[in-house]
Design a protein around this ligand. Structure first.
Ligand code: 13P
Length: 255
């Protein structure tokens, strides 16, 4: 099996003022200073990126944007571009989170444009996919993933996707406390990897990291991470506190 370094990522969504973000980041950096086996990312609100980049210099934690617009600059009030994220200290960017799709009208087509921009600017994209509860009940999980991956990655060749990270986030498990079982998550991750292999070949499929997101907590991280196709976690609620997120990051060091 390919050597995939786990990525433990925190998505802070619309939480924390600048001071709260910097405090939490410092606290987290102290707690995870020994976590050499994993990559760590925090995606705070845009307002906290630059001050957090200062606070996190020479630590193990990388920064991510929660979204980006596909044009580099222009008359697009309220939007933030790839070069802006880079200049604020980002290495990663989350794209197509289900909350963006659900509340802000994002589609697979706009996800595709955002992805192109992220890759053009050398940001590591974390592309979120996942089915809703009614889609799962109607046994449409795989066809939803087919469409999100197929349309989201349209027009790319394997070489351009070397840094791509996928995040499987079943919508019914986000913020609900209802985690997918490790077997449910593994089934979806295995499907996604096979899909990537079919479209882009074995090399990319084997090196691609697929994160699981949806009510990941200190108590379930190790079981989820024990699954062969899970290469990390995208954590919402439990990433807001340094104590709980550091336990997730250090999942393999807990008793
Ligand atoms: P929760 O961990 O709060 O369920 O959120 C998951 C998520 O949406 C991460 O992007």
């Amino acid at each position: 099996m390919a050597d995939r370094k786990p990525l433990m990522a925190g998505n802070w969504k619309m939480h924390k003022t600048v001071d709260e973000a910097v405090d939490a980041a410092r606290n987290l950096a102290d707690r995870v200073s020994g976590a050499s086996g994993v990559e760590i990312m925090i995606a705070p609100p845009f307002t906290a990126l630059a001050p957090m980049a200062d606070a996190l210099q020479n630590t193990r934690i990388g920064l991510g944007g929660q979204n980006l617009f596909w044009e580099d600059e222009g008359a697009y009030t309220g939007e933030v571009s790839g070069p802006m994220l880079k200049s604020a200290g980002c290495r990663y960017v989350i794209i197509g989170h289900s909350e963006r799709r659900q509340y802000f009208g994002e589609t697979d087509e706009t996800v595709n444009k955002r992805l192109k921009s992220a890759i053009r600017h050398g940001l590591i994209p974390v592309l979120c996919v996942g089915e809703t509860e009614s889609e799962r009940e109607a046994e449409k999980t795989f066809s939803v993933l087919d469409k999100q991956v197929g349309d989201g990655l349209k027009g790319f060749v394997a070489d351009e996707l070397k840094t791509l990270v996928l995040a499987y986030e079943p919508v019914w498990a986000i913020g609900t406390g209802k985690t997918a079982t490790a077997d449910q998550a593994q089934e979806a991750h295995k499907y996604l990897r096979a899909l990537i292999e079919k479209k882009f070949g074995k090399d990319l499929a084997e090196s691609l990291r697929i994160l699981y997101g949806g009510s990941v907590k200190p108590g379930n991280a190790a079981e989820l991470m024990g699954m062969p196709d899970l290469d990390g976690a995208l954590v919402g609620g439990a990433s807001l506190e340094a104590a709980s997120f550091s336990e997730i990051v250090l999942y393999d060091q807990n008793p």
